[in-house]
Every structure is written in C-alpha cells, then in structure tokens.
Design a protein around this ligand. Structure first.
Ligand SMILES: C[S@@+](CC[C@H](N)C(=O)[O-])C[C@H]1O[C@@H](n2cnc3c(N)ncnc32)[C@H](O)[C@@H]1O
Length: 397
C-alpha cells in the first residue's frame, strides 16, 4: 500500500528543519522524500513520459552539451545569460534545434530562462567541469548501451545470472570478449573517461578520511610507528590518486607516507607525479603486496568489482604484508541493506551486474569474504547519506 501523501509531507517538513540546522544526511533524506512524494503522486502515464521520454532525451542532451560546450558557454556568460542567437553562434547549432533542446533542459531543471536569455544554474556549472564532462561521455557511450542491452542479453541467456567477467551484458553491448578493465586499457579515451568518472561520481560526498566518518586520528595516526614502516597508508587500486590527494590534504600534519598503487597503464597516465604529495607504484593486486607493515591498506571500490573467489585472492595477496595487531585493512565499499536498499546502492549493483557480472554485498557477504580470506572482521563505520561504508579488518590473532 502506498504511503499517504500527508505522512510524506510531515516527514519532509521535519527533514527540512534538519536541513536548515545542517544535520548530516538531511540533504539526502530530503531528496529521498522528494522521490517518495513523486512515487505517491505520479500516475502510470506520467511515469512513462518521465522515464522513457524525458530522462533518455535528457541524457542525450547532456552528451550533446559536452559536444558543443553548452554548459561552459552558459557558465562563462555569468548572470547575464545568452540569447538563442548568441548561444547558436557560440555552439554552431541551428537556433531552432537549440531552442527545442534548451526548452527540455529548462523543463528538466538543468538551466533556466528569464529576460529572453538562457542562464546557468549551480548544477549546469558543476557539469561544465572537465571530470563531469568526461563522466557524461563515459556514462553515455559505455554504461548506457550496456543497460539498454539488458533485456535482450537476459532473454538470450534464458534469464540465468551472468557470472563470467568476459561474457556478460557489457561484452554483448560492446562486441568484445575482453573483461572491462582490459577493454578500458585497450581503448585509451574510455580509460581516461573512466579515471574522470571515478573522481567525479561521488565528489561532494564525505570521504572515509573526513571528520565523523572513519576515526583516522584514533585508528591510524595514534600508534603509527615509522620504525615498523614509514608508510601510513597504501591505497591499493587507487586509480590516479584522487583519494591519496584528498587524504594528504586532510591529514597534512602526519609524517607518514602515502602510496598509491594501480595498474601500470593507470600509473603511467598520471601527470607531474613528482609534484604530488604521495608516491605512486605500479602493482597488480593479484600478486603479493610489496609494501610490508604499513599502518593501513585501503581498497576503495575494489572488491566489489570482483566475485568472491577473486576478492579472496586479492585479500590473500595482501595478508602476508600485514603486521599483526598493527596493520589495518580498510574496505571502502557499499554494504547493501536488504530492508532499505538505497538508489545509490542499487544503481551501483546494476553497474556491477552490467560490467563485471558481480554484485554489491550485504554485511553477511562482507563478513564471509573477509573470514574466508583468513582475516578478522573488526567493525563497519558509516556516514549519514553516504553510500559507501568503511569495513575494517585485520589479521586474525
Ligand atoms: C572501481 S576503480 C576504483 C578506483 C579508486 N579506488 C576509487 O575508488 O575511486 C578500480 C581500480 O582498480 C584498478 N585495477 C583493476 N585491476 C587491477 C589490478 N589487477 N591491479 C591493480 N589495480 C587494478 C583499476 O585500474 C581501477 O583504478
């Protein structure tokens, strides 16, 4: 039975007060309640119109906006905005076509229109940044075709759960028999877009090393012993180092070294490495961890890319490097709730199904993987409104 609208409105009012007093997670609660309200009010014809016309057209227009630098032109025009003719001149797009696309972007609340001019919003300005532009390319050209292919793929496979890294919905959509990461390495523009996407898709949310999330001071910095190893943190599979950069900014007073590890091609694509506040190293996490006895090893969105067997191999390759009672393993991952799955968690689960034929894990799943790798599960740390938790593990006594 649907939740009565009046009850949702009451909860919105309460969440609004929490938002005004800057309570953690209140912004995300308001958005979720907004969705509850739409779900309670929307009739099927409106649902069809929104989901199958308005939203696909919107994502196509975002890709178009990248092609013609639409959001950048609006950003650069500031509060004055641009007329259809001015925007047409800057983008080279037929004015009538442009007006129609812009109207949809207005209806979808991406830009605004007043005094005869199209105007930027905080959202369109945000999307104008390079990492979001490349994320739009990645989502439109790589992930969306995979999702579009779901029904045909599942039907052909007689509705069995995909389990192969090299023969899943992603391979069917992109006509490849390569697994996702080797395919990215073999298609450098998509590798670059993916690097940007990873730095963008959760930007603006609290990170595990921010205040009130994982207690870095208490669990890592206190008791850090450079005699054991001068490395405080190894970010295993850390991409191009966005976490290492933010961690060192946030904890700049610590003397411990921070080391980034990733595939050779990813490390090679990092520019001006010597100017960065962390070191980097090519390392395949399916081989033994070369840095022994660091205070912590973080694996952010790593194990969720792999099935249990491979995840266990990754942890087993880390295990010999851990110092008993000292080194901590920090898995920064979604812990899927059975009762209240959030959109952030389930959409990531769909990404995993589409591209890796794997799944997001529940708390019981995480404990099982950690224990099968011969490690001890310690604790899960959460932050309101943030999809990924920190699952702390260590060597068993
Ligand atoms: C989902 S991304 C996570 C990146 C980063 N930790 C983050 O959360 O933003 C997975 C990362 O694993 C890296 N990776 C994949 N296979 C690897 C391997 N065998 N050894 C080391 N890194 C690998 C990829 O290059 C990519 O940077």
């Amino acid at each position: 039975m649907a939740t009565p609208v009046s009850s949702i409105l009451q909860r919105i009012a309460a969440a609004g007060k929490a938002y005004e007093s800057e309570e953690l997670g209140s912004r995300e609660s308001l958005i979720e309640l907004g969705r509850d309200l739409v779900a309670a009010l929307e009739i099927p014809s409106e649902f069809l119109q929104r989901s199958f016309w308005a939203e696909p057209a919107l994502s196509a227009h975002c890709k178009f906006a990248v092609q013609v630098k639409l959001f950048q032109h609006l950003r650069d025009a500031g509060e004055t905005g641009l007329s259809s003719e001015e925007l047409g001149e800057k983008t080279g797009v037929d004015v009538v076509l442009l007006q129609r696309i812009m109207r949809h972007l207005i209806a979808m609340k991406i830009v605004t229109f007043s005094d005869g001019k199209f105007k930027r919003t905080a959202l369109s300005d945000g999307l104008a940044a390079e990492n979001y532009q490349k994320s739009i390319d990645f989502c439109y050209d790589v992930t969306r075709p995979t999702f579009n292919g779901f029904p045909a793929y599942f039907k052909k496979g007689e509705y069995k759960l995909p389990t192969s890294l090299t023969d899943g919905p992603f391979q069917a959509a992109h006509g490849t028999d390569l697994a996702f990461f080797p395919w990215l390495v073999a298609t450098p523009p998509h590798l670059d877009e993916f690097g940007n996407f990873m730095s963008a898709y959760r930007a603006g949310k609290a990170n595990w090393y921010d205040p009130q999330f994982y207690p870095v001071e208490e669990r890592l910095i206190n008791g850090f012993d450079p005699k054991n190893n001068e490395v405080l943190l190894v970010d295993v599979g850390g991409g191009r180092g966005h976490d290492c950069q933010l961690f060192t900014n946030r904890h700049s007073s610590t003397s411990g070294k921070v080391i980034l590890q990733d595939q050779e091609e990813v490390i090679a694509s990092i520019q001006d490495k010597d100017k960065l506040p962390f070191q980097s190293q090519a390392h395949d996490f399916f081989t033994p961890q070369p840095i022994k006895g660091a205070r912590a090893y973080s694996l952010h969105s790593i194990l969720h890319d792999w099935n249990d067997e491979e995840g266990i191999k990754i942890l087993e390759n880390l295990k010999p490097a851990l110092t008993p009672g000292y080194s901590r393993v920090l898995l920064n991952e979604i812990v899927l709730s059975e009762e209240h799955p959030t959109l952030a968690a389930t959409s990531m689960d769909m990404m995993m199904l589409a591209h890796f034929a794997v799944r997001e894990r529940t708390e019981a799943d995480w404990k099982a993987v950690i224990e099968k790798a011969g490690l001890k599960f310690v604790k899960i740390y959460n932050y309101p409104g943030v999809a990924e938790s920190v699952i702390e593990a260590e060597l068993s006594a």
